[in-house]
Design a binder for this molecule. Sequence first.
Ligand code: AMP
Ligand code: MG
Length: 317
Amino acid sequence: MIEDALVALKNGGLVAFPTETVYGLGADAANKHAVMKLYAAKNRPAFNPLIVHCASVEQMREYCAWDDRAEALANAFMPGPLTIIVQRWPWGKFPEPDAPSVSEEACAKLPTIALRMPDHPVALELIQKYGKPIAAPSANPSGMLSPTRAEHVRQHLGDVVDVILEAPNPCRIGLESTIVDISMRGSGWELLRQGAISQEGIEAVLKMPPFPKDEKIRSPGQLLRHYTTHKDLVLDVTEPLPEDALLVFGVAPHPAPRHTLNLSPESNLEEAASRLFAYLHLLDKTDAKRIAVMPIPEQGIGVAINERLRRGAFRPY
Ligand code: AMP
Ligand code: MG
């Protein structure tokens, strides 16, 4: 299967592959046409840049202006669920004419690049054998629930993907990577997306707190509405209705609605994160009117879970 995927990438095709976070939809990051096909397949706006996946830190260094912050984060968290945003070339310099580069489209024509090394054997083997970075957003239609199983990809993007790679236990974390922006001059940093690696974990490595969050959307893709279910999603429900599709964390109510799934009967937040999208996909397919979610503690990876849920529940009208 990996061989089929390599051929597809070489021919400008799209390959879905498991990572430890969610399923990625990959294209050759250097192939402009492949990258544009990827945006079209997801119906993703062209201003929303892609994460460029590498198989090693050495490979990452070739494609950006690497610095001490990047080195420290790579030592601490790579491979792993962390994406760093860095300058593509050093401040005040133009790129060398034949420097290795990804297509402008993959970076949405920004002077910065998002880099990640996934911690999954299938993803790493694919990138390693391909020998070049792979641009890969999540393998879902833009704005919809993220995929954590091959069947999610098959169901929602099956007709536009050339190869879907399988793995026995894909996506053990289940939430997208933490995104840290270290592209600004100096030593500061910003947290652009919550994930399994916590703000405190990043602070400990970079030895300073992040810049305070402003209301502006800094990361082009961080639009408010995302992770959308077809049904209405209602949060912090303590008294669900019998006709609800219910997502429980911890102890389920008695009697529980007919469509009830428990993210973690033992109240384990990591387990809940790993099941979140798969259970939302399932509840979204029931005949219930709405999906009700019981409260999830705002601790550890619970912060990232709640951020996904709030954006899924947001309705602009
Ligand atoms: P996804 O691939 O769907 O997980 O989304 C990747 C996220 O990374 C998007 O929200 C992008 O906005 C963000 N991102 C990628 N590249 C950059 C960049 N150069 N600057 C800021 N954010 C970025
Ligand atoms: Mg996504």
